[in-house]
Write a protein that binds this ligand. Structure first.
Ligand code: NAI
Length: 358
């Protein structure tokens, strides 16, 4: 059986740090185990275009392992060429790089390691809020430059306390963000999700549900995006929705880059409609060198907290998602049932409502 994994290159770092399990070099720690079971294991980072290893090997692979950090985009067209493909496993959380509707039609299962990196992302989102609200990046850059002008950074620095903070999507990550924000004494914690949080969980973080995304953004000083990318959320944060934000709001997106319109965000930041934008996810990954989100700024020259996609791939998270990927693969090989929470697409149907109400 052929198992194909599309991972990112770790280069020198992965050789020096074996806990970088999600890299081509360290192969999710699964190469010896799969070899001992007699399976062929192809691991590559080459994923774009007809000459890529991904397109070459997908035609006869039975198992595809991908990572959201360096997504191998499995389109409907590629799926049609993948004659032997039975199961796609996302080493991490977020399977939008797989055409899920096509997987339903082709009866290809899609599983992810639910919960494996949700705390990692929640911590990153809270950190991003703090660094935007407190104007941290320009303050640090000033220090590295050798300058010292307190008023220049303090003129755009605020406290997190007393702010209205809202999450679009209140699943595992959205809820954990609210739990972590509570000790900062926000004025209000709001959420928009088509699922209601159970009343006891709602009162534990003292949050309130609002009926529409427009209502949410119009009330918030800080908005955080924590829903999956699917046809109902692609491009959701566009010019129209951004004009409904409170002027000078901060936006943190660690969910998926394509939930936000690239140009609309850059323009909203440049004119000050957004005071800041931070996150680690991009509409194309790796992001091109000239991607506007790398260098976009607010009118005072700050407000950019962008980093490469790594919030969910801390070394702690890699240990969890590598182990979870192995368990899913082992269940598949041994014909054992999968944990229901990990199944996105089962045999010909969605097993979750997180990717839209199907
Ligand atoms: P989850 O499935 O526990 O929660 C997602 C929530 O979003 C669900 O409650 C769902 O009802 C809601 N939702 C779906 N569509 C919505 C819409 N149109 N409007 C409002 N709410 C909507 O997923 P979890 O674990 O919280 O992860 C969420 C997303 O975060 C993942 O799908 C992935 O895209 C992203 N993520 C990013 C990582 C990173 O490294 N930056 C790592 C892990 C996840």
């Amino acid at each position: 059986m052929k198992v194909l994994a599309v991972l990112y290159n770790g280069f020198k770092a992965a050789i020096e740090e074996p806990r970088l399990l999600g890299t081509v070099e360290n192969k999710l720690g699964m190469d010896k185990w799969l070899a001992a079971r007699g399976h062929e294991f192809i691991v590559t980072s080459s994923k774009e275009g007809p000459n890529s290893d991904f397109e070459k090997h997908i035609v006869d692979a039975e198992v595809l392992i991908t990572t959201p950090f360096h997504p191998g985009y499995l389109t409907r067209e590629l799926m049609e060429k993948a004659q032997n493909l039975k199961i796609c496993i996302t080493a991490g959380v977020g399977s939008d790089h797989i055409d899920l509707n096509a997987a339903v039609d082709h009866k290809i299962q899609v599983l992810e390691v639910s919960g494996s990196n949700v705390t990692s992302v929640a911590e990153h989102a809270v950190m991003s809020m703090l660094l935007l609200v407190r104007n941290f990046v320009p303050a640090h850059e000033m220090i590295e430059r050798g300058d010292w002008q307190v008023s220049e950074v303090a003129r755009n620095a605020f406290d997190l306390e007393g702010k209205v903070i809202g999450t679009i999507g209140a699943g595992r990550i959205g809820y954990r963000i609210m739990q972590r924000l509570l000790p900062f004494n926000p004025k209000e914690l709001l959420y928009y999700d088509y699922h209601e949080i159970p009343p006891e969980a709602e009162s534990a973080v003292n949050c309130k549900r609002v009926g529409t995304v427009e209502e949410l953004v119009s009330q918030c000083d800080i908005v955080t995006v924590n829903c999956p990318l699917h046809e109902g959320t692609r491009g959701m944060i566009n010019d129209r929705l951004l004009s409904a934000f409170k002027p000078g709001a901060w936006l943190v997106n660690t969910a998926r880059g394509a939930i936000c319109d690239e140009q609309a965000v850059a323009k909203a930041l440049a004119r000050g409609q957004l005071r800041g934008y931070a996150g680690d996810v991009w509409n194309v990954q790796p992001a091109p060198k000239d991607h506007p989100w790398r260098t976009m700024k607010n009118p005072l020259g700050g407000g950019n907290g962008m980093v490469p996609h790594y919030s969910g791939t801390t070394l702690d998270a890699q240990a969890r998602y590598a182990s979870g990927t192995k368990t899913i693969l082992e269940n598949y090989l041994d014909g054992k049932p999968q944990a229901h929470q990990n199944i996105i697409v089962g045999a010909g149907k969605y097993e979750t409502t997180s990717y839209g109400l199907h």
